[in-house]
Ligand binder design. Structure first.
Ligand code: DAH
Length: 357
């Protein structure tokens, strides 16, 4: 019996899984197991033999049973430990990867400008970047002999040899979208037209491609007062200040009459721009009442309708608001610059949610 006991205890100790334990149990205590058979043989013993063999066998059976149960429990613990190890999860890790890209300041500012003007009832209109010279110049009251046309450093497209029609241009401003919008929609109309424009110029504040946003509002009874209010609302919202001072300086544009360049009051304390207070003035846009000839060219009757227009440099107002010193860096695609000046990818500017926060 001692031999049986040590044999089965050894087998139980080395059983590697539940199936092995079950094998040991069947071999020892199953119907035809070694210990079961011995117990059955009790009947053939003399009463004296039975008296010592009976309790000893029962004790052996109990001992084997509890060794089996203990081994089973130990294996269960091991399996659980292993599972806990392999299924370990660091719940402090972020649930979602941080987006790697950022929104380019031009896209951000375009979205900010759009949100502000959308709130005042302006829709967004677009036009082609390769434009006919009629839309880019003539329709805007800049005929071919007009000096303003020569000042624009225009990029001209090639015509085929022998084709003497005037060449297309890379649009030099977003103003041609005024014409296209009025032709498509007539009056009344309220649109802004953001987009790329091109001029042959390159230094710290000029790149051959840059961005403008055009504004156009045509209706009955529109005056300079409406223009002034709209621009004040815009500047306050865009620069996120409560108070602004605008200065309208008489100017000249062929497509507006009268025309005004608009400055905002600001200060440059310690080299940083503050809009709203101070003794400096900063030019931010050109504007005016749309010239009757422009309305006429776009198929709108100037006897019935009038309105204002303005044009503003998106890159320029982006530089001013976000303290970006060199325009050329906007278009270098330098990742370090983009990480520094870029905006969080999922923050869409809204007036109620915050433009730039
Ligand atoms: N198109 C002008 C430019 O590129 C900007 C401009 C000035 C647009 C006055 C306008 C305006 O609509 O009324 O410099």
């Amino acid at each position: 019996m001692d031999d049986l006991k040590s044999k089965y205890l050894r087998l139980i100790a080395s059983a590697a899984d539940e199936a092995a334990i079950e094998d040991v149990r069947v071999n020892a205590l199953g119907k035809k197991g070694e210990i079961s058979l011995l117990m059955r043989s009790l009947g053939t013993m003399s009463p004296e033999e039975r008296q010592t063999a009976g309790p000893a066998l029962n004790a052996l059976k109990d001992e084997i049973n509890s060794a089996l149960a203990a081994r089973k429990a130990a294996l269960g613990d091991l399996a659980l430990d292993e599972r806990l190890r392999s299924e370990w999860l660091d719940v402090t890790l972020p649930g979602r990867n941080r987006p790697q890209g950022t929104i380019h300041p031009i896209s951000q500012v375009t979205a900010e400008v759009t949100a502000i003007f959308a709130d005042m009832g302006f829709a967004v209109a677009e036009g082609p970047q390769v434009e006919s010279d009629w839309y880019n110049f003539d329709a805007l009251n800049m005929p071919s002999h007009h000096s303003a046309r020569a000042e624009m450093d225009t990029f001209y497209m090639h015509r085929k040899e022998g084709d003497n029609r005037p060449p297309h241009v890379l649009r030099t401003h977003t103003s041609p979208v005024q014409i296209r919008s009025m032709q498509a929609q007539g009056a009344p109309i309220r649109v802004i037209c953001p987009g790329r424009v091109y001029r042959a110029d390159y230094d710290q504040t000029h790149t051959p491609m840059f961005h403008q946003v055009e504004g156009l509002a045509i209706d009955k009874g529109i005056s300079m007062a409406n223009l002034k209010w709209v621009l004040e609302e815009f500047v306050k919202a865009y620069f996120e200040v409560d108070q602004v001072d605008l200065r309208f300086r008489a100017s000249h544009f062929p497509f507006t009459e009268p025309s005004a360049e608009v400055d905002i009051r600001c200060s440059w304390e310690g080299g940083t721009l503050r809009v709203g207070t101070g003794d400096s003035w900063l030019e931010i846009l050109g504007s005016g009442m749309v010239h009757p000839k422009v309305l006429q060219n776009a198929g709108v009757d100037p006897a019935l309708w009038q309105g204002f227009a303005f044009g503003m440099g998106i890159d320029r107002i982006a530089m001013l608001k976000y303290g970006i010193p060199d325009l050329r860096a906007f278009f270098d695609s330098d990742l370090r610059w983009l990480r520094h000046y870029g905006f969080a990818a999922l923050d869409v500017p809204t007036l109620d949610g915050g433009l730039s926060r």
